[in-house]
Design a protein around this ligand. Structure first.
Ligand SMILES: NC(=O)c1ccc[n+]([C@@H]2O[C@H](COP(=O)([O-])OP(=O)(O)OC[C@H]3O[C@@H](n4cnc5c(N)ncnc54)[C@H](O)[C@@H]3O)[C@@H](O)[C@H]2O)c1
Ligand SMILES: [Zn+2]
Length: 678
């Protein structure tokens, strides 16, 4: 990639993707991609930025920690910033880290490290004043986290009061300790089983379960979740001093704070690698998820000498495990039908335990993928579970072929409805085109009822299946016509549960516009985009009638998404569905905070605005929100149709383009005055 413009484009694209996945992961506790995939994107960005320092950007996710706190929580300030860790993905990267440390210290011999299991949970800081727990917060963006004091107090392993055991160091007046809140694997599986039975969406992995449980507005929910904690460091300490990381761990333990007993002092990189190998082989037997080991320079004065970067200290590293792999046999390849009719081939595997989790199925994505990897029924295969979600087949062990393996043929008839299966030009997937296909109806109802959509409590997979099979429901709108007497005689329903379900359906009529748009299941419109569209259009009618141009002008909506939205509303059946949902009483509401009506005399009304460079007074997102609230449209690229380009520091090529096209240019001071933010 020698072409500058192409590099820049790729950097921007990576930043966009990483920010989106950060939002899913940190703000929603609901990642869309595996950690391994995320780490690959992040790596690529780091490498591009290093190779092209001219594109350096202080706002890049490679220079920042986590994600800003959600406004729903009070803010928790970290008086000493809580940083992230740099990753080593291989032994040679760990040795490289060690070399760098010795160079910075000008120290030739082996350095002493403390190696600790890297718990896969979420970081918290807990403040003790005179030994009494006074507050607690999440890491957030490293400077500000979410205040989750009442929630942390419900975790039994977190002492409300510290103590000193026989002759240990006395308690400091002020102490902030840092640790990882996590959930044991068995507890996570139990929690998910309960959620499945209740028709609630499942957590992808123990980390998300822990994060989702801690970040609750109602601490009585947190109290019911089996959370645990290990502490591994301190932030601000007044009234005590430490000379080594090991001393910190021992002292915290003596004060009654849980510390992982597997941590150990290591002499040089050699010992750290040995520790890593030990933990990796113990990993399946550990009750909790560990995603690597953390090595920290033991001496605190040396840590100070080495210092830190904006995102992570230079004296510590997270040496990560590679994704879990194992070998199994493909017993069968079955085809699943999704809500848009896409047929996904799935390998049914001989059950195997990979990293402590039993795997029975693996997605094969589509026919091309199966052909590319040449996966046949009967093959021995390497399967991988990348920390979470759906396992994958990495490759076939071709040496083990006997000649009896059977290649896969895509079905020509839908396994659910028997309808014709087609592959549309330009698509990698096969589809069942029958709109009345029961499998599609069930899948779209599951989506419709989901937590981030209409959020209908108690309407789980089994009940949906039953309702569709009994002919009670064929479209989401039918749900609203169900009466308790329709349900009474169905298996598993008593009078009370029938009434409860009908009431839950009734309650879902009061729904935010964003959740409603998401519930419709427009291809490519996920939860985040649904929110963007809701903020922009303010009503479902406005969205239905939007033109391609209007849609593409919205930041985050590309050509593909725009045409998906247009296609969706072009279909009379979908318009009828929206219409019927409104007739049965679904009233999508616009949350006032996000969309106050733009004052009629607003300077910004109907202007097309582009941002470039960094604003010193607010984030790009905040700035966008402000002008959108005042009636403007924010677009990504400068064109002749752009009305204003707002320019911060270090502007990009957009500024030159604006000058060339004679577009009005606005500096930050004027911008602030015009949005009333001085
Ligand atoms: N899948 C996704 O979409 C997605 C999105 C964002 C982040 N992620 C994942 O999160 C990672 C980045 O997250 P991060 O910034 O929290 O960094 P990190 O998890 O790589 O490392 C820092 C964190 O490790 C934790 N930790 C656990 N044990 C520790 C110990 N003994 N000592 C010190 N810290 C310890 C702390 O919470 C600390 O904040 C990525 O590498 C990726 O795997 C995934
Ligand atoms: Zn079908």
């Amino acid at each position: 990639m020698e072409d500058k413009a192409a590099v820049r484009e790729r950097i921007e694209e990576l930043k966009r993707q990483i920010r989106y996945h950060d939002y899913r992961y940190y703000a929603l506790d609901s990642p869309e991609i595996s950690d391994a995939e995320y780490d690959r994107l992040f790596r690529e960005l780091v490498e591009l930025e290093e190779a092209h320092p001219e594109f350096a950007d202080p706002d890049s996710p490679t220079r920042r920690v986590g994600f800003p706190p959600l406004e729903a929580f009070p803010t928790f300030e970290h008086r000493v910033p809580m940083l992230s860790l740099e990753n080593a993905m291989s032994e040679s990267e760990l040795r490289e880290f060690d070399r760098r440390v010795r160079k910075l210290l000008e120290h030739a011999g082996p350095v002493e490290y403390v190696a600790e299991p890297k718990m896969d949970g979420l970081a918290v800081e807990v403040v003790y004043v005179d030994g009494v727990l006074s507050s607690a917060g999440t890491r957030g963006d490293g400077y500000h986290g979410e205040d989750v004091t009442p929630n942390v107090k419900t975790i039994r392993a977190v002492p409300l009061r510290l103590f000193t055991a026989g002759g240990g160091p006395s308690l400091p007046e002020y102490l902030t300790v840092r640790g990882e809140v996590y959930m044991d694997r068995a507890d996570f599986e139990r929690l998910n089983r309960e959620r499945e039975a209740a028709g609630e969406p499942l957590f992808a992995n123990p980390r998300n379960a822990a994060a989702g449980s801690l970040r609750q507005l109602d601490s009585s929910i947190t109290a019911k979740r089996p959370l645990k904690v290990f502490f591994y460091g301190v932030g601000l300490v007044e009234g005590a001093t430490f000379e080594t990381q090991w001393e910190i761990l021992e002292t915290l333990r003596s004060w009654g704070l849980p510390v992982n007993p597997l941590s150990r002092v290591c002499k040089g990189a050699e010992d750290v690698v040995a520790f890593f190998n030990e933990i990796e082989s113990e990993r399946p037997r550990l009750p909790y998820e560990v995603d690597g080991v953390v090595a920290k320079v033991n001496r605190i004065d040396w840590q100070r000498k080495i210092g830190e970067k904006s995102r992570s200290p230079r004296w510590a590293i997270a040496y990560k495990f590679s994704p879990h792999q194992g070998r199994s046999r493909v017993l069968d390849i079955v085809v699943q039908v999704g809500r848009t009719g896409v047929l996904t081939p799935v390998a049914v595997l001989e059950p195997i335990s990979v990293g402590g989790v039993v795997i029975r199925r693996a997605t094969l994505h589509n026919q091309d993928e199966i052909e590319r990897k040449d996966i046949r029924v009967g093959d021995e295969v390497v399967v991988q579970r990348a920390g979470d979600v759906i396992p994958e087949v990495v490759r076939v062990v071709t040496e083990k072929r006997t000649g009896k393996e059977k290649p896969f043929r895509m079905v020509s008839r839908c396994p659910s409805c028997g309808g014709e299966v087609v592959r549309l030009p330009g698509e990698a997937v096969h589809r069942c085109l029958n709109r009345n296909c029961p499998a599609q109806i069930k899948a779209s109802l599951r989506h419709f009822a989901g937590r981030s959509a209409m959020d209908i409590e108690g309407l789980g997979k089994e009940i949906i299946s039953l309702l569709v099979d009994r002919g009670l429901v064929a479209s989401p709108a039918d749900l609203y016509e169900i009466r308790p007497e329709h349900l009474k005689d169905l298996p598993g329903f008593a009078e009370k549960s029938a009434t409860n379900l009908v009431q839950a359906i009734e309650r879902s009529k009061d729904v935010s516009l964003a959740a409603f748009i998401h519930a419709l299941g427009i291809p490519h419109v996920g939860e985040y985009l649904a929110q963007v569209l809701a903020d922009h259009f303010g009503s479902i009618e406005a969205l239905q009638n939007a033109t391609a141009e209007e849609l593409e002008a919205i930041s985050g909506v590309g050509e593909k998404v725009a045409s998906s939205i247009l296609n969706y509303f072009h279909n009379p059946e979908n318009r009828r569905l929206v219409q019927r949902l409104r007739e049965v009483g679904v009233r999508p509401r616009v949350d006032r905070e996000t969309k106050p009506a733009a004052p009629a005399d607003s300077f910004w009304k109907d202007l097309s605005v582009v941002f470039t460079g960094t604003l010193s007074s607010m984030t790009r997102e905040e700035a966008k929100k402000r002008v959108v609230a005042l009636g403007a449209r924010v677009v990504e690229n400068v064109s002749k149709k752009t009305d204003v380009v707002v320019v911060g520091s270090d502007p990009g090529s957009k500024l030159e383009k604006a000058r060339a096209l004679g577009v009005r240019i606005m500096d930050e001071a004027e911008f602030l005055a015009r949005v009333g933010a001085e």
